[in-house]
Design a protein around this ligand. Structure first.
Ligand code: WT7
Length: 656
């Protein structure tokens, strides 16, 4: 059974992982930080004297007016680089023109196989043109602009053009519906939209413009203009006086747009996160601190070099796309690779084909994608030359150790370090992560806090717990890229993140975790998903990882269901790998397997096989819905972020 020293109110944790992977010597030899002692000294400085550490890092950016104070902290409200002024777009573009004018900034491939490369010089010109267009439409600093685009270079152009003129962008992921646009429009008070006729996804057109039209149907004319990028060339109606084409607007626009200076705390963007219940929260990020956080983490965590071809597979509709497709890498002068479409179009080896042809060196992706590739079979990556890769990364969920091992061996060829990065939309940038030249990694843990991050595991009273005791993950000091508020709802900001441990000035992440004897953080799942089985609190991720470690299993999601005796019983929803067949025998074997790897307390009472799990559009498993299915209730919660509605009906029909 689990750790007897664990107090009942703490989350128990007993999945043991003994594999350790030190940074490869040749990687460490070339890395920006390759000696653990250098890291330790710098980390110590960053948490003991954050002003000194961050001022030094910030000096690598271009400021047009100096700051007077690094941090002004009136908990829970932070101001970073008070009095400082900068232009975020100029830091991502103009600053590189002398040295990198002809270096590719974006190498893009569309789903149909078309492609485009924009050098820093070209990207700068495009951004200036579009900035001039926005200005000509009357967009002023502080105005909100909705961007609803496919993953094309123009998405980055539009974001940077907003930043250049001080407009606040709010990117809405292209997979969201007309209703989602409507809600976000109303909440943000945006008066302008940039969209496309459509985007390509699995050979089909995603009707972006039609969704915008539907969202605007009874919007009372609050939106004064819609600019439409022509991507898929499907017929779209244009509303006279409101809608215009991107190519018409930019044709005559000047490629010069002087970068104005904005206050360090000028809002940069609002990004809506769905959360599991309630209306989406508009997470507000500002300029100087956000740019610094993403610049600095991209530099150290990906150990970027000038000749890297860097690919973060996220869509710009997510924070990962903001921080690690656009702002972080471009602030570093990197070459960013972007791919528009689905990973299995035209075939399940599309990503490996992209890596081979574009000689990609860094690939940063999500555990959900890795588990899908495992399910599709090893033959797909095996058919490609992936030797250009030197570093891999993951984000979004705890990575199951077996998925980590697969990524390490089948994609990384056993030679690439993996950076498992823990962070949130709210944190803006990496918070807990290995640095590839110095941190020995272990499959399944995001390892140690990044510079300036004071993370801890605490009990319900806010007291730090000892090694290997589960509790709540908090951040005890402000950091530059932290959210500043929830747009238009300061009370909700305070309540959501600062009520639990606010008296102590701790930010509550909502995650449960434990810290091992080496100081490594293991995320065990969202606190809301924690199970209570016969008085034992169990996180979801360890039971799921134990299931995924079974050779027949591709993916697993674990939830509790009311149980008269135990309080909650454990129900596991499982998808099997290609070539495997669900059966009563397999279900029994899986129950035994979990019992043997974690302990009898975690043994599932029920295994339910399914073709697919309900996920958000960013790939996170929606355990909240599974909870309702498991207890035989009607699904009542919000399902608007569900990727495939059909899955619910199938799940409800599935049996033990
Ligand atoms: C939540 C934040 C950050 C960009 C993508 C998701 C989970 C994220 C990890 C990781 C374990 C992780 C946490 C976190 N999460 N990365 N490396 N290991 N869990 O952003 O939608 O704001 O979600 O994702 O539960 O709180 P998000």
């Amino acid at each position: 059974m689990s750790n007897p020293a664990t107090a009942p109110q703490n989350i128990e944790s007993s999945l043991v992982e003994n594999r350790v992977f030190p940074p490869p010597a040749d990687f460490a030899a070339k890395a920006r930080l390759g000696h653990p002692a250098d890291f330790d000294a710098l980390y110590k400085l960053s948490v003991e004297h954050p002003d000194v550490f961050w001022a030094k890092e910030a000096a690598e950016l271009q400021w047009t007016a100096p700051w007077s104070t690094v941090l002004e902290w009136n908990a829970p409200f932070a101001k970073w680089f008070v009095g400082g002024q900068l232009n975020v777009a100029a830091n991502c573009l103009d600053r590189h023109l002398d040295a990198r004018r002809d270096k590719p900034a974006i190498i893009w491939e569309g789903e149909p196989g078309d492609g485009r490369t924009l050098t820093y010089g070209e990207l700068h010109a495009e951004v200036c043109r579009f900035a001039n267009v926005l200005k000509s439409k009357g967009i002023a600093p502080g105005d909100r602009v909705i961007l609803y685009l496919p993953l094309v270079p123009e998405a980055a152009v539009a974001m940077l053009a907003c930043a250049r003129i001080g407009a606040v962008h709010s990117v809405i992921f292209g997979g969201f519906s007309a209703d989602s646009i409507k809600d976000r429009l109303a909440d943000s008070g945006a008066k302008f939209i940039v969209t496309a006729d459509g985007g390509w996804r699995r050979g089909k057109v995603v009707p972006l413009k039609a969704n915008v039209d539907a969202a605007l149907k009874d919007s009372n004319g609050a939106v004064t203009g819609v600019i439409v990028l022509q991507r898929t060339k499907n017929e779209v109606p244009m509303t006279a006086g409101r809608d215009t084409w991107w190519h018409d607007e930019t044709a005559a626009a000047s490629p010069d747009a002087p970068a104005e200076s904005f206050d360090s705390e000028h809002p940069l963007f609002i990004l809506y996160t769905s959360g599991s219940t309630g209306k989406p929260k508009g997470i507000l990020h500002t300029s100087g601190g956000y740019l610094l956080g993403t610049y600095c983490s991209t530099k150290y965590v990906f150990d970027l070099r000038d000749d890297d071809i860097y690919w973060c597979t996220a869509d710009v509709g997510w924070i990962t796309g903001h921080s690690y497709v656009v702002y972080g890498p471009l602030a570093n002068g990197a070459t960013v690779f972007m791919y528009e479409g689905a990973p299995d179009t035209p075939a399940p080896d599309r990503w490996w084909d992209l890596i081979e042809r574009h000689r990609i060196t860094i690939c940063y992706t999500a555990p959900t994608a890795i588990r899908a590739f495992i399910k599709w079979g090893d033959q797909h990556p095996a058919g490609h030359d992936l030797s250009s890769l030197r570093l891999l990364g993951t984000v979004g969920e705890p990575i199951n150790p077996e998925a980590w091992m697969w990524f390490h061996e089948k994609i990384g060829g056993g030679r690439c370090p993996i950076v498992d990065t823990w962070w949130q939309t709210e944190t803006g940038g990496h918070m807990i992560t290995p640095l590839p030249g110095v941190t020995p990694t272990k499959p399944g843990t995001a390892t140690r806090p990044f510079f300036g991050v004071d993370a801890a595991i605490v009990d319900d009273a806010g007291a730090e717990v000892g090694p290997n005791v589960g509790g709540k993950l908090v951040i005890r000091k402000p950091w530059p890229s932290m959210l500043r508020s929830i747009w238009g709802d300061e009370d909700r900001y305070v309540k959501t993140y600062w009520s639990e441990f606010g008296e102590k000035g701790y930010y509550f992440t909502g995650d449960g975790a434990r810290r091992d004897a080496d100081g490594y953080f293991w995320i065990v799942g969202r606190i809301d998903d924690v199970l209570n089985v016969a008085g034992h609190r169990l996180g979801t991720s360890e039971i799921e990882s134990a299931l995924v470690a079974h050779p027949a299993v591709a993916e697993a999601a674990v939830v509790g269901k009311p149980d008269e005796i135990k309080g909650q019983g454990v129900v596991a929803f499982v998808t099997v790998k290609g070539g495997q067949t669900p059966s009563k025998e397999l279900a029994d074997a899986l129950k035994k397997h979990v019992g043997a790897s974690i302990g009898a307390i975690a043994r599932p009472d029920e295994i339910r096989f399914t073709d697919a799990l309900p996920k958000t559009r960013s790939g996170k498993i929606m355990r909240r819905l599974l909870k309702e299915v498991a207890s035989g209730q009607a699904v009542t919660g919000d399902t608007t972020t569900l990727e495939d509605l059909g899955i619910l009906a199938k799940l409800q029909a599935s049996e033990d």
